[in-house]
Design a protein around this ligand. Structure first.
Ligand SMILES: Cc1cc2nc3c(=O)[nH]c(=O)nc-3n(C[C@H](O)[C@H](O)[C@H](O)COP(=O)(O)OP(=O)(O)OC[C@H]3O[C@@H](n4cnc5c(N)ncnc54)[C@H](O)[C@@H]3O)c2cc1C
Length: 428
């Protein structure tokens, strides 16, 4: 496994659980969990970056395939929680679902459309439903709430606890994790590092947003930054005014992605996109911190919950998500070369990596299963454009999302900007 985040670790875990005689080695450039897996927003959700209307049109795919992909994602949320419990991983997990508020008429229209769309793809009330303004405010008392959509399929987790616990579980089952071991290139049967070359029948690329740094993979995924802030633990009476009694994860229906959770220790943890894409798909520690975006996140949160105006924000961090050109996450194993991969999860990798790990297990063990027949298996996304087109396109998309939200706030109508630029970054 090249990379010891959730993808590499889940794959190692399921392989060794199935066949303890396998020799599994993880090569990790930094430390296990250093990447997005150790610093995400902690939504273990059934979200998948590509919708069923896209999945059903992939070569060889069908409507049933797209519906099965969503069912598999729903089951994966429970699978993550079950393994964490079995392996004694205290990921501070609680499955309270996700509430997505609608706070402008345009957002409310989008929420209604989303639920109608879900129904057309066989998703019932038990899967996604609308809440009216009172029911929404009862769960989450934000400002200007007109309604919400709600799904039960999400658990709030502590990301670093999950990934470190998983690394220990994988080591207990016999895998070796070599930290501070950067792989320069992946070739059939080989992972080439600065310290030597590892030979293996199968080499799995599990490097997500860092993939462009591997030889020959510069244009495979675009790393886009997501940043997070967290408050001090909030007093009980503050929580009484906000809600989230069931630790629901939360967002709203704006264009620029934002996400929040009530942590097990009573903090509000809140993240979002909005940081720029860096030329040449560069990923650097300095990019994790953008004062402007941290300030925007704090302001957004206080706008949602004015009671937080005097709360202390004690933490701020960030990391990169990996975006494929067509926004379709994929998993696969090329039999000829023995090279496997999984990634392109955009911001939905916490649960999806688990599905990838079980799928890679089946592919490596040459099993034809329900998992190996899902539409994302074997999909190859097109490569991103060369620079400077990539820089222009991705940043235009990010800027457009912000503009579209401002436009909707001012006009109260669905954004024209959003529709005009969606094809630039792939319709998400
Ligand atoms: C701020 C933030 C918030 C997010 N919030 C959510 C969320 O709430 N819900 C959700 O579902 N998803 C979320 N995501 C996305 C999710 O965290 C990722 O999709 C997921 O963790 C990807 O796991 P991974 O193992 O594929 O990649 P990573 O966790 O990034 O692991 C890749 C590993 O490979 C190592 N590596 C890189 N290059 C090399 C090399 N050359 N040689 C060896 N090792 C290498 C890295 O050091 C890293 O440890 C978020 C991401 C970020 C950044």
């Amino acid at each position: 496994m090249v990379g010891a985040g959730y993808t590499g670790l889940w794959t190692a875990y399921y392989l060794l659980r199935e066949d303890p005689t396998l020799r599994v080695v993880l090569l990790e450039a930094e430390t296990a969990g250093f990447g997005a897996s150790g610093r995400n927003g902690g939504w273990c959700s059934a979200l998948f970056p590509a919708g069923p209307e896209v999945l059903s049109t992939l070569p060889g795919a069908s409507r049933e395939g797209a519906v099965s992909q969503h069912r598999a994602m729903r089951a994966t949320v429970d699978e993550v929680l079950a393994v964490a419990a079995e392996e004694g991983i205290d990921a501070r997990a609680h499955k309270g679902g996700t509430i997505a508020l609608a706070r402008t008429p345009a957002q409310w229209e989008r929420a209604q459309r989303e639920v109608a769309f879900a129904r057309a793809w066989d998703r019932g009330e038990d899967d996604l439903r609308l809440l009216d303004a009172d029911a929404a405010r009862d769960r989450l008392a934000g400002t200007r709430v007109l309604g919400a959509s709600f799904t039960p399929d999400c658990a709030a987790i502590h990301p670093a606890r999950l990934v470190r616990g998983l690394a220990r579980a994988v080591e207990r089952r016999g895998a070796r994790i070599h930290e501070r071991t950067r792989v320069r290139s992946i070739k059939p049967g080989l992972a080439v590092t600065d310290h030597g070359t590892v030979r293996a029948d199968v080499v799995v690329r599990a490097t997500e947003a860092y993939t462009p740094s591997l030889d020959g993979m510069r244009r495979d995924l675009a790393p886009v930054y997501s940043l997070v802030v967290a408050t001090e633990p909030l007093a009980g009476d503050v929580w009484d005014r906000i809600g989230l009694r069931d630790r629901e994860t939360f967002t709203d229906h704006r264009h620029l992605i934002v996400y929040g959770q009530r942590s097990a220790d009573g903090r509000l943890v809140f993240g979002g996109r909005g940081a720029p894409y860096h030329f040449g798909s560069a990923v650097r520690p300095g990019y994790d911190r953008e004062t402007r975006v941290f300030a925007m996140l704090r302001e957004t949160l206080v706008d949602l919950f004015p009671v937080l105006a005097t709360a202390r924000f004690t933490h701020a961090w960030g990391g990169a998500v990996g975006i494929p050109r067509d926004w379709v996450a994929s998993v696969g194993l090329d039999r000829g070369s023995g090279i496997g991969w999984a990634g392109g999860y955009v911001g939905d990798g916490v649960a999806t990596t688990n599905l990838a790990g079980r799928t890679l297990r089946d592919l490596v063990l040459r099993r034809d299963t329900e998992l190996t027949r899902l539409p994302w298996v074997g999909h190859r996304s097109p490569r991103w454009e060369p620079e400077p087109l990539r820089w222009l396109g991705v940043n235009a998309g990010l800027r457009a999302a912000t503009l579209a939200d401002t436009e909707e706030r001012l006009t109260g109508r669905p954004s024209v900007v959003a529709r005009a630029v969606a094809p630039l970054v792939g319709g998400h």
